[in-house]
Design a protein around this ligand. Structure first.
Ligand code: 5GP
Length: 207
């Protein structure tokens, strides 16, 4: 048996517009570990180029609420008038098979994961500055002024919650940020509390 054969749940969050998606793509390109991305469910409409089952599972309000009622969500949140959530089944299955499961979610969801999965690692992606974040939110060009304003307000509240995370990674450059996350994953695997029980089992067997 391998010493650390269970995957780690990695939560990446941070304010809207900070570049979480780009950092996540860079992380997956680096590979190295058995990383898988957990595809969320949402009630918002797909943007141009978004595909059902790739970026999100796009579902109706009713379908989403059924999932909640049936207790099938690891976490969920309402964000700018829509539901977003992580179906639990697949996450569990992949963690059990030794994959590192990456969730890219907002902070309300991250705090629910903190409560439910004690050994998850929570990484907060921070902008190099507030000016940088405003610039990114306004130049993305995919949302109305109203939605941008709502996201800016939410971003401010989210940054105040960074204390509940295990790590803060500044997205100065995408490569740097992805590199740091990979280093965190490696270090987490080496943590005594993740591996000590396996050593104990080995010692028992070899007595
Ligand atoms: P967007 O509409 O730009 O794709 O996502 C809006 C926000 O929802 C982002 O901050 C994103 O990280 C977050 N989000 C995406 N999926 C989930 C999810 O499954 N759960 C939660 N709590 N937030 C999510």
């Amino acid at each position: 048996m391998k010493l650390d054969d269970k995957g780690i749940l990695i939560v990446i969050s941070g304010p809207s517009g900070v570049g979480k998606g780009t950092v996540r793509s860079a992380l997956f390109q680096m590979g190295g570990h058995d990383l898988v991305y957990s595809i969320s469910m949402t009630t918002r409409k797909p943007r141009v180029n978004e595909v059902h089952g790739r970026e999100y599972y796009f579902v109706s309000h009713e379908e989403f609420e059924n999932y909640i009622e049936e207790g099938k969500m690891l976490e969920y949140a309402e964000f700018v008038d829509h539901y977003y959530g992580t179906p639990y089944d697949k996450v569990k299955q992949q963690l059990d098979s030794g994959k590192e499961v990456v969730l890219e979610i907002e902070v309300q969801g991250a705090s629910q994961v903190r409560e439910k999965m004690k050994d998850a690692i929570l990484i907060f992606i921070a902008p190099p500055s507030m000016e940088d974040l405003y610039k990114r939110l306004t130049t993305r060009g995919t949302e109305s002024q109203e939605v941008i304003q709502a996201r800016i307000e939410k971003a401010k509240r989210e940054i105040n919650l960074a204390y509940m995370y295990d790590y803060i990674v500044v997205n100065d450059t995408v490569e740097n940020a992805a590199d740091k996350i990979m280093a965190i994953i490696r270090a987490e695997h080496a943590k005594v509390e993740r591996t000590i029980h396996k050593y104990k089992e080995m010692l028992e067997v070899n007595k």
